[in-house]
Design a protein around this ligand. Structure first.
Ligand SMILES: NC(=O)c1ccc[n+]([C@@H]2O[C@H](COP(=O)([O-])OP(=O)(O)OC[C@H]3O[C@@H](n4cnc5c(N)ncnc54)[C@H](O)[C@@H]3O)[C@@H](O)[C@H]2O)c1
Length: 276
């Protein structure tokens, strides 16, 4: 999609990390951005931190796991701008824990934000984008949507869901000749606050299981040395310009994806990765 001055975008999870970096990148390109996040205080601080670009940004507190809140977000966006050209379903959280240790509350929280958040965003925005004559959807998945790492069970399930949801949506929009593009972003480690996702968990942080504590420490260490959110944001903007569906930000992960594909092709079993 051609990115033009004066277009409008909605970014979820915009108070921190990749969502905030993308907000900045979009504003630098002259877009109006409605920044949505569950964390109102951090959202206000993030907007203020945009400096001169803040006049292009508006904020809205929104829990993406809540369908009616996302519908209200879409109502606000379509009422605020002549068109809503881009929606970025980026808000995400990570719990760490194995399949057996993860509680139903863990599953519901992570699937609610990471998978249902994207489903709600698509259902709220895409029909109206089709009606207005076009638009673009970016969904933030993860490399965890393409390979399965032990100790991050709900996250892996949610992110695989986001990848197939995006692929399915892309095909259906193509078949319908709808002028709405789709990209799915699959990062590995990015230097954000994802290891402390439970700062926004309803009911407060839960105690980590043994696996969960080990994996959380590994995620924290890996993200601290991860790619900068700004460079990931620039790559996403470029992908939108080129209508590029798969946005692979960490080429070093390709060997794991190829290995998994090879195991499927050859009827092999999954290689057991002991650590992330
Ligand atoms: N950082 C990484 O290494 C990495 C890797 C792969 C994928 N991702 C994905 O990138 C996306 C952005 O995460 P990040 O790394 O920038 O983390 P982050 O924690 O810095 O930012 C996530 C933002 O989402 C918000 N959020 C949490 N729950 C929400 C809810 N229910 N409704 C609305 N907003 C909510 C948080 O308040 C926060 O501002 C997520 O989907 C994440 O899964 C991150």
């Amino acid at each position: 999609m051609e990115i033009r001055n004066g277009m409008a975008a909605v970014v979820t999870g915009a108070a921190s990390g990749i969502g905030l970096a993308l907000t900045k990148a979009l504003c630098r390109n002259g877009l109006h951005v409605l920044m949505a996040d569950i964390d109102g205080d951090t959202l206000d601080t993030a907007r203020a931190g945009l400096g001169d670009l803040a006049s292009l940004a508006a904020v809205r507190v929104c829990d993406v796991s809540d369908e009616s809140a996302v519908n209200d977000l879409a109502d606000l966006a379509f009422a605020s701008y002549p068109t809503v050209d881009l929606v970025v379903n980026n808000a995400g959280v990570s719990s760490t824990g194995s399949v057996l240790e993860s509680t139903i509350a863990d599953w519901e929280w992570v699937l609610g934000v990471d998978l249902y958040g994207v489903i709600h965003g698509i259902r709220a925005f895409v029909p109206r984008m089709i009606s207005q004559g076009g638009g673009y959807v970016v969904n933030t998945a993860s490399v965890a949507g393409l390979v399965s790492t032990p100790g991050m069970a709900p996250y892996n399930v949610a992110k695989h869901g986001v990848v197939t949801l995006s692929e399915t949506l892309y095909q259906e929009l193509q078949l319908a000749d709808a002028n709405v593009g789709v990209s799915v972003v699959c990062p590995a480690w990015v230097a954000t606050r994802i290891a402390d996702s439970d700062r926004n968990r309803p009911g407060g942080p839960q105690e980590d299981s043994e696996t969960g504590a080990r994996v959380r420490a590994a995620v924290r260490a890996a993200t601290e040395h991860g790619r900068s959110p700004d460079s990931v944001a620039d790559q996403i903007v470029e992908a939108i310009r080129r209508d590029q569906f798969y946005v692979m930000t960490h080429t070093g992960m390709m060997s794991f994806i190829k290995r998994r594909n090879r195991e499927i092709e050859t009827g092999g079993n999954p290689t057991v990765d002991t650590q992330i």
